[in-house]
Design a protein around this ligand. Structure first.
Ligand code: 2PG
Length: 346
């Protein structure tokens, strides 16, 4: 975090808070002030309680930008001396997991697996609701499976996000697709969120159960057999993938592609499926193959993890902006939300 004295850094100051420019001796806690200097909008926080003697002020620089309307992303503004380098040294990043909203085959109670079925109207509503819950959590990158129900969920959820960045699907499937979808403005790029679709995050392949009715299958093969196919760790359904096989690709993808992004300071959202997410959660929460049997994920409920010092800390499901109990928030996330509130009130 950059600690600079007020006079060192800026000439004119406008404060929003308890202090005024005359430097009265009021006591105060952390609050945001806006410095305007040489046409640059710079948001800062006071480092510690103290007097308003401006020469003594130590300031936390949250973000400097040339645009007064740009949103400071306080979560990615960590303790280091170089604001341009802030992202790399971010001390914590957010990881959001969302199982897709209800699909047309969930509604019909059919085994779906890798069949590419869209959301129902209820699923669309669930995705929007999920979006409200995460509307204050920073998102820099989105990973989805290659299946439309996960992609619809991610996109619908992002319609609710207060940061208003634009999610853009990356097309790297061929050189031409890559070339033809290039963006030629750095500013526009900064206001967008890359969306990466990866088949490795697809639902577990359900083999010869795909398209069959779950109840009828249980009636035919017995409840226990079907439960074993659906929830055991290492028993695959006929010609399909076990959870273990699904984990081999989904968790490997997570480790190779997503973890490095979190490590580099990016906040990530993953929209995927009941079983591909169960396998990832098994890894994040260090569940045993016995414990994962009883792990059930509801459609459209976002889960939040904080990645800090190489560890994943489960924070529960974020609540919406109107709800009081923001138990999911860390201090950094609360700051990010505060920033968004400030942006909205301007
Ligand atoms: O049909 C599927 O693809 C999955 C998720 O809906 O079923 P299960 O409930 O057995 O995980």
């Amino acid at each position: 975090m950059a600690a600079v004295s007020l006079h060192q850094a800026f000439g004119a100051i406008q404060t929003h808070g308890f202090c005024n420019e005359s430097g009265s001796q009021q006591r105060f806690g952390n609050f945001s002030v806006k410095l305007v200097s040489k046409g640059f909008g710079v948001d800062v926080r006071l480092l510690k309680r103290g007097s308003c003697s401006s020469s003594d002020w130590k300031l936390h620089v949250i973000q400097a930008s040339t645009s007064s309307t740009s949103v400071a992303d306080p979560v990615s503004s960590p303790s280091n001396n170089n604001i341009n380098d802030s992202r790399k040294k971010s001390s914590e990043t957010a990881l959001i997991l969302i199982r897709h909203g209800e699909s047309l085959w969930n509604e019909k109670n059919l085994f779906t697996g890798c069949v590419d079925v869209p959301l129902t109207k209820k699923g669309v509503e669930e995705a929007i609701e999920a979006g409200k819950r995460i509307s204050n959590i920073p998102v820099d990158m989105i990973y989805t499976s290659a299946l439309i129900r996960a992609q619809m969920t991610a996109m619908l959820a992002m319609t609710q996000h207060r940061r208003k960045k634009v999610p853009i699907i990356m097309h790297n499937e061929s050189e031409q697709a890559k070339a033809w979808s290039q963006i030629f403005s750095e500013d526009t790029k900064k206001q967008s969120i890359p969306v990466i679709a990866a088949w490795q995050l697809n639902e577990r392949m359900y083999g010869e159960l795909q398209g069959l009715n779950k109840q009828e299958t249980a009636d035919k093969y017995g409840k226990e057999q079907v439960h074993e196919w659906r929830r055991s760790y290492d028993i695959p359904p006929p010609n399909g993938e076990s959870l273990e096989m699904c984990a081999e690709r989904a968790v490997a993808y997570f480790k190779e592609n997503i973890e490095p992004q979190l490590l580099s300071g990016k906040h990530v959202m993953i929209a995927a499926h009941g079983n591909s997410l169960r396998s990832i959660i098994m890894y994040l929460d260090k569940l045993t193959s016995q414990e994962v049997i009883s792990l059930e994920l509801s459609t459209g409920i976002p889960m939040l993890y904080i990645f800090k010092e190489g560890k994943f800390i489960r924070r529960g499901s974020p609540v919406g902006p109107t709800e009081a109990g923001v138990y999911a928030y860390t201090r950094s996330l609360a700051l990010y939300r505060q920033k968004l509130d400030e942006m909205m009130s301007h």
